[in-house]
Design a protein. Structure first.
Length: 142
């Protein structure tokens, strides 16, 4: 089953709308502060990878997330998941069993953020060759 099927068509459409949107030219200062804050938190490597993983896989336990994100430490994954939960991007469900079972999944808000960052993937795909050439030219000079 596709992980996105648990979202309503409206939520999926909102994520698509964000991925295709053109930002306004006159931006409220509160929005500027929020964007700066979110970029500092969300655009880090681990948050982006968790966001992508949960978009593709749906609900996962902590250990499954750790197994699928190469190089992340338990401490960093815990911090990343807590911050994402605080920001309303994921929800955590705790089952009262021994040992404790905890599952994580995207919220509709997290899905729309993933849609907003989708533009980065499109840009990367369209500009990969140019970036690689620029890096090679730079490295050759150094």
């Amino acid at each position: 089953m596709d992980a996105l099927t648990r979202f309503t068509p409206e939520q999926v459409a909102a994520a698509k709308r964000y991925s295709e949107a053109i930002p306004p030219t006159d931006i409220d200062p509160r929005i500027e502060r929020l964007v700066a804050d979110l970029i500092g938190r969300v655009a880090d490597k681990w948050t982006m990878l968790v966001l992508e993983l949960l978009t593709d896989a749906g609900t996962l336990r902590f250990t499954r997330i750790a197994e699928r994100i190469e190089g992340i430490s338990q401490k960093m994954l815990t911090q990343t998941l807590r911050q994402m939960e605080r920001d309303g991007l994921i929800e955590r469900k705790i089952y009262p069993v021994v040992p404790p079972k905890v599952e994580y999944n995207l919220t509709p808000l997290g899905l729309t953020l993933g849609g907003a960052f989708c533009g980065l993937w499109v840009w990367a795909a369209e500009n990969l060759g140019e970036v690689e050439r620029a890096r090679a030219a730079f490295d050759k000079k150094a």
